[in-house]
Every structure is written in C-alpha cells, then in structure tokens.
Design a protein around this ligand. Sequence first.
Ligand SMILES: Cc1cc2nc3c(=O)[nH]c(=O)nc-3n(C[C@H](O)[C@H](O)[C@H](O)COP(=O)(O)OP(=O)(O)OC[C@H]3O[C@@H](n4cnc5c(N)ncnc54)[C@H](O)[C@@H]3O)c2cc1C
Ligand code: FES
Ligand code: FES
Length: 494
Amino acid sequence: MRNSIRFYLGDRLYDLPDCPPTLTVLDWLREQRGLTGTKEGCNEGDCGACTVMVVRREEGRLVWRALNACIQFVCMLDGAQLFTVEDLRAPDGTLHPVQQAMVEQHGSQCGFCTPGFVMSMVAHRKAPGAVADDGSIDDALAGNLCRCTGYAPIVRAMKQAMQAGADHFDAQAEAIADRLAALEAQADGRGVRLAGPAGRVTIPADSDALAETLLADPQATIVAGATDVGLWVTKGLRDLPHIVAIGRVPDLRTITQDAEGLRIGAAVTYQDARDSIAALLPDAGEIIRRIGSTQVRNAATVCGNIANGSPIGDGPPVFIAAGATLHLRRGAARRTLPLEDYFLSYGKQDRAPGEFVEAVTIPAPGPRTLFRAYKISKRFDQDISALLGAFALTLDADGVVTHARIAFGGMAAIPRRARGAEDALRGRPWNAAALAAARAALDADFAPISDMRASDWYRRTVAANLLTRLFAETAPGAHPPETRLAGRMEAADV
Ligand SMILES: Cc1cc2nc3c(=O)[nH]c(=O)nc-3n(C[C@H](O)[C@H](O)[C@H](O)COP(=O)(O)OP(=O)(O)OC[C@H]3O[C@@H](n4cnc5c(N)ncnc54)[C@H](O)[C@@H]3O)c2cc1C
Ligand code: FES
Ligand code: FES
C-alpha cells in the first residue's frame, strides 16, 4: 500500500502524504498553490468557471478531460497530470491558439468565465474525433456560463481555434505519456491508504480490496465521480471522515457485452459509456448527452447515478424501462436484482452496510421492441429533469402490445414503473384506444409533488403527453412525428 497521493500539476510532481479527504482541487489550487486563474463561481459544478484539464494514460493513449475543479477532490487526481489555465501559454510565452482566438473574436469581457471556457475549449480540441460543428461546440461548452458576451463570439473563437494546428501540449505528448507511465509503474497495482488529522482516504487496488475495505468500515463514503458527493461538501458543508475513491479501480472501469446485455462497471463514466449505451438504445444516448455538461459527464458514473437514489436521476428510469439488472457485492457475497427493486423509498435503497454496486447490466431490446426516452427540464442543457419518461413496448406481428415497461423519474419519491399504464397497454393493439386507456391509467399510477421544478399538475399533464408523443412517434400508421425536439439553437441565434 502506498501512503501518499501522487500526481503532476503541470510538469511538477506532487506527492502528498497528508491529503484531507474532501479537499477540493479548486481550494487546493487557489488557497495552497496560489493559482487563482481557476475561478470559483457556483462551487457546485454548474458554471464551469473552475474548469481544469486532467490527462491520464488509458490503454496506451493519452485521454484529456475537462473537469470541474470545485467538485473534484484532490485525492481523485492520483496517477494523473493536472493542467490549469496558467499552463496554457507556451514556454516561449505565445498564447495558446484558443486564447489567441478568444482575443481575436472578442470572446472575453469581464473575463471571469474566460479561464473556464478556454480550458473546456482546449480539452475539446483534444477529444478524439472532435469536430467544429455547432452541436459539438454546444456540447463542449454547455457547462460554461458567461453573463457578458452572449456566447456568439465564444463559439466563433472555438471554431477558429479548431482550425489551428498543434499546440505545445501535443509537442509534449511523449514526455507526458512517459511521466504518467512512470507514475503507473511506481503505483505497481497497489492501492493507496492515507490517514491524517482531517480523515482517511482509501483508493482500493481492485474490487476485492474495495469489498474488504467496506466490510471493515461500512460507514466509509464511496466516491466514484463526486458529482453528487462533491456538493455534500461544498454546499452541505459535510465532513466525510473516510473516503473510498473507486473512480480508478481498474476492474470496475470495464464495459462488456455478453448474452445478458451491456455490463457497465461501477467506475465507468457517462462520457465513456455513452457510445455503447447509444448503440443499444439510441434514445438513451441522447438522454446521456443532456446529463449535466461535458465536465460533469467526464466524472459522473452510470452506477453513481443509480446508487445515489435520486428520484430525478436520469439514468434510473431509462434503465428500468430497458429491463436493467443491478449487481451488488458485500464481501465475497454477490447478488443481482431488477433495477426497479433497488429503490425502496425516498433516500432509501436496497443496499446493506458494506455493500456496493459492482455493475449494471442493460439488456439489448428485442427486434420488435420500441424504446423511447424523453427528458423534460426547464433548460435544455445542464439541467436536472422535472420529469423523465422512458418506454419500452414490444408489439407482435399484428401490432398488439405483448410487453410494456414504462418508467418515470420525477413522478414519485423514487424512479418507478407505471404499472397501471403498462397493464392498460398489454394485450391491446397499439392504437388510439390503447393510448387513451394508458393515459387514464397513468393518472392513477402517480401522485407527484409540486416543487421548484414543476407543479403536480404540470407533471401529470406532461407525463400523459409523453405517452401521446410516444404514440405519435411509434404507433403503426400514426402521423410521423415532427415533434422530435431539434433542441439546439444555431450559433447565429445565440
Ligand atoms: C452540475 C451538475 C449537473 C448534473 N446534471 C445531472 C443530470 O442532468 N441528470 C442526472 O441524472 N444527474 C445529474 N447530476 C447528478 C450527478 O452527476 C449524477 O447523479 C452522477 O451520475 C453521479 O455519479 P458520481 O460518479 O459522480 O457519483 P458520486 O457523487 O461519486 O456518488 C453518488 C452517490 O452514490 C454512492 N456511490 C457511488 N458509487 C457507488 C457504488 N459503486 N456503490 C455504492 N454506492 C456508490 C456515493 O456514496 C454517493 O452516495 C448533475 C450533477 C451536477 C453537479
Ligand atoms: S465553480 Fe461553478 S462549476 Fe465549479
Ligand atoms: S466575460 Fe464576463 S462572465 Fe463571461
């Protein structure tokens, strides 16, 4: 076992034997390193002012990710190289191409958001296959807010920067890869355990070590991407005396496809899982694109979204409708349960002390199964759902519904199936009468609450309308939809 957190900031190695478990990267940079270019705006992952870039060596290649420093803990940087806005200028003082483009396109006014934007832009340039179309740029920058420029100059700067050639990071790629390989070699597959006055950090070497750690300390807080846990600290001001960071546990970072479906390990992020899930369920891929922002999806795990148990998490209703199963482990004991059975009541899940989520399996839809998922939120990007409906209907050759799985988030204290609506559809031809029956049954399925995201009336009305939308899109002979959300504004409109 190692007793320190080791990572690079720029080209300087840090070896921290005393790393408080909940010290955020943002606080460490600003308060301990004096690097104040990285800004604090919201301190909850929403505004992107704190965006930094983290590079890791994965399967022999460098992977660059934009992350929100305000909700990442320093201990999660183990084995990585961190770059901040202070690292963007080339060693000879030349501005980075994205900085130059921001200057030329007038992309900065008060400048508070600018360090975060340029870090997102640099990271986007480094994403494999990154393109400069409006949609990709919107996705790359949706997690950065600017109150001054109106975005159009920033988008123009991004387009300009995408045309620029290599940057000084490209020139250093070999040196960075060697450095990170050396860190890996020193880590030697061992985990990390440290204890200091502020608490303990454990980074298990594998899932067996994780199982042992949690048996020994069932009260420890599992942290995967910290996009929920980070807020417990920055907004809830909670102390977490023992963090078990699982985000880099190698055997939890796997996605495999077998006869049961797509198995996604507990440390797989939404960004890394998106293509595989979208290949299985295209609508789910589109939902994932709208989970938080690029910075959030780069950290947030699929299983953390489930384990967190929020009634408005986007993944759970989608995966419940798809018929997913959850894999849990406590010590050497493993069990599997239908995902919907994991959610018991508000804030309560079927997970024993010391138990953890090992993976989720999403089965492939059958050839006659229609799958749709619709997220309703006040803002299209970077917003939590008011409600989300997911639908899997299997029709026989005569167009009769043989199986129906319908799940909603935001309609109850937990993500839940709409059993009444499902029953109303089963055995009927998928026609207007079936739709009317399902709409009526749906009203009895849920008693939603009114809160700041939506009223009870809005939730009931929209949930029923999502059934109508499903009908419009999928019923044999139904009017072809022009209702699919285009969802994006063209850069010129912004
Ligand atoms: C700005 C912002 C926007 C967001 N937008 C969305 C959105 O649009 N839709 C949405 O659904 N969510 C959204 N979220 C919430 C969050 O990103 C997701 O819930 C995310 O998937 C959580 O994953 P994580 O790996 O970050 O979990 P963490 O924060 O690391 O953990 C979350 C919870 O799960 C537990 N946990 C994690 N892994 C395991 C495991 N393997 N076994 C047992 N327990 C575990 C933790 O102990 C904790 O209780 C947003 C968050 C932020 C900050
Ligand atoms: S400070 Fe707003 S995202 Fe971090
Ligand atoms: S330039 Fe002022 S917030 Fe963006």
